[in-house]
Design a protein around this ligand. Sequence first.
Ligand SMILES: Cc1cc2nc3c(=O)[nH]c(=O)nc-3n(C[C@H](O)[C@H](O)[C@H](O)COP(=O)(O)OP(=O)(O)OC[C@H]3O[C@@H](n4cnc5c(N)ncnc54)[C@H](O)[C@@H]3O)c2cc1C
Length: 280
Amino acid sequence: MKPAPFAYHKARTLKEAVALLAKHKDDARLLAGGQSLIATLNMRLSAPSLLIDINGLKGLDGIAKKGKFVEIGALARHTQVERSDVIAKLAPLIASAMPHIGHPAIRNRGTFGGSIAYADPAAELPACLVALDAEIAIAGPRGKRKVKADAFFKGLFETALRPQEMVTAVRVPAADKTSRYGFAELARRHGDYAMVGLAAGARADGKGLKDVRLAFFGVGNTPVRAKKSEAALAKGDVEAAVAALDLDPSDDVQASGAVKKHLAGVLLRRVAAQLMEARP
Ligand SMILES: Cc1cc2nc3c(=O)[nH]c(=O)nc-3n(C[C@H](O)[C@H](O)[C@H](O)COP(=O)(O)OP(=O)(O)OC[C@H]3O[C@@H](n4cnc5c(N)ncnc54)[C@H](O)[C@@H]3O)c2cc1C
């Protein structure tokens, strides 16, 4: 299929992109890597009258440590994040999720900000941001604001972004000696969206764990925290954590809800083992 007709504008500055969004609101869409947007246009699931190309905006593709955080620009390509030494060292949860996002051709074009803004419930990065208690930096006509990942993902493909706003960067706490993380997903083929996945963060506390955050994906409309299981894992009881899983996934084309819930328990045992391993 072909998309419905649309106008195209290549924005040269952040200010210009935001001004165009403010003017056209829901009639406009930002074009980043195009890996999700172009498919929705071609299938006519979306028919904006204007595409605002943000690929030329300067200064939005950096990856750097800033104080106690690692900042990832919205236009950083998935491949760039996957190959970054800063990410490998200071955001290892994100490093372990990257190879699961689609295939190399998709990762060459797709952007970090596009993935977050699109908010697919089976996507890896939104769950990683929830697990890491990350912060999303947003720019709009009234200036800048920050939203915590827990509050950013609001519903199915729905975020806290207003129509006239865009994501400019994401900040995750930089890992230190006490940081623990775990990641696992089950997909029919490597590179497919996950049937069920789990991104987790925690801190070492003596021989145990504290600040455990378990963010499942593919089991609800947004990344889903399993708070009762987090509490059980902090007490070191993996089987109690599995028994406390209070997920209620719906049936979908990949699997029934019951199968997904079983798989979530399988992933939780794998991720718990990763969380309990000391980092080298
Ligand atoms: C075959 C295939 C397999 C895939 N598999 C996976 C997978 O396993 N896991 C996964 O997570 N993803 C997967 N993807 C999606 C991929 O990760 C996309 O790159 C990502 O979802 C969107 O990023 P993008 O830069 O391409 O955004 P685009 O497609 O350009 O935009 C997506 C949406 O986000 C909006 N947007 C883009 N950037 C911003 C911004 N900075 N601020 C506000 N709004 C913005 C756009 O207006 C649009 O509505 C797959 C894609 C394909 C085609």
